[in-house]
Unconditional design. Structure first.
Length: 361
């Protein structure tokens, strides 16, 4: 009888835990919310020599509690000896294949019938937060001082990974129209930034997005490979064309996808004993793994006590299923730093010059 009661109590405890977990999960899917991870209240610097203002998703957000080290904007700012104001949003995924990080416009998630309603602050929310803080910091200073702040500020806008991710299971026509709206919204927000600051001489680093089918997390996302690649091409193509027509400042557009694919190809050629004339195949960066994540994330790991981490994170291209590792962030920062020289830094007054992975417009 005693064993029967013990078993009953044990089963009851399990049932109660299950109910609480289920209630938490269902609540996260049904209660609309926006969960910014930027400290509150947000303030901008009153003085600085050089400033980097960052808007974006987990690929450029530095507020994560993950021990992955510096992200590319941190590395870039250290190279520039600058002050950084980073409003990009990181996210902790709930379910593999179902997680959504920061996107250009949260309204698009509603239009496409996204399951979860826990939102990360989108571009408009991030931008408005910064504009309010900047307005408060400049209300009592001269116009000359305001212009000086603007001249020493470079903006980073880095969205797309989670935008494409939110479209991988959608009908192609619906996804294509969504891409068009999102790019228009992104450029519209850049217009707002220009108008609010009263200048057409903005300095911008804008990143194209990557082929998410090469992310470790894509194996949990279904079999929408063909349409995903088409949507990627539309995103980057439309962004490229819109940037060429934009007249409110100078934009350095970085080809993030080519950067990532070169890292993967470098290792694959090296493993096959092939070296190309462009230098790929030497594996000078010492990659050990360009396919698997250093650590696993997702619901299964959240329910465990510890995350398994690789022994050499700097030798892995990916930190987790959705984000780059520490060495990749450092290399990306180096490429962007050299790319913006003569364009956003030390401009030489010549026509826009193109680079292997970026161009100015």
């Amino acid at each position: 009888m005693i064993r029967l009661f013990n078993r009953f109590y044990a089963l009851s405890a399990v049932a109660i835990c299950t109910i609480f977990i289920s209630a938490w999960f269902l609540k996260s899917r049904t209660v609309p919310d926006i969960a910014p991870l930027v400290s509150d209240p947000f303030r901008v610097a009153s003085t600085f020599d050089q400033r980097l203002v960052v808007f974006g998703d987990s690929w450029s957000g530095n507020q994560s509690s993950e021990p992955q080290g510096k992200i590319w904007t941190d590395w870039l700012c250290s190279m520039l000896s600058c002050h950084q104001e980073n409003l990009a949003q990181t996210t902790n995924p709930l379910l593999k294949g179902k997680n959504i990080g920061a996107v250009v416009d949260n309204k698009e998630l509603d239009l496409l019938g996204r399951g979860s309603q826990t939102y990360t602050a989108d571009f408009k929310s991030q931008l408005q937060r910064w504009l309010v803080a900047e307005s408060a910091a400049t209300k009592d200073i001269s116009e000359k001082a305001v212009r000086s702040r603007q001249d020493r500020t470079i903006f980073v806008v880095s969205f797309g990974v989670w935008d494409i991710w939110s479209l991988i299971t959608k009908d192609y026509d619906a996804a294509s129209k969504s891409v068009e709206r999102r790019i228009a919204t992104l450029m519209g927000q850049l217009d707002t930034l220009s108008e609010q600051l009263g200048t057409t001489e903005l300095k911008l680093i804008l990143t194209q997005t990557i082929d998410v089918t090469f992310l470790p997390g894509f194996q949990f996302a279904g079999d929408q490979y063909k349409d995903t690649v088409r949507i990627l091409e539309e995103w980057n193509g439309q962004l490229r064309e819109m940037v060429k027509e934009w007249s409110h400042g100078t934009v350095y557009l970085f080809d993030t996808n080519t950067f990532m694919m070169d890292r993967i190809r470098d290792w694959q050629l090296y493993a096959a004993g092939i070296e190309e004339e462009n230098g790929l195949g030497k594996n000078l960066d010492g990659w050990e793994n360009v396919e698997e994540p250093c650590v696993e994330s997702g619901f299964r790991v959240m329910m465990s006590k510890e995350k398994e981490q690789c022994e050499h994170p700097d030798k892995y291209l990916f930190w987790n299923e959705m984000n780059l590792g520490p060495s990749a962030h450092r290399l990306m920062a180096m490429e962007i730093y050299h790319g913006i020289d003569g364009i956003l830094l030390n401009p030489k007054g010549v026509s826009p010059k193109r680079h292997s992975r970026g161009f100015a417009a």
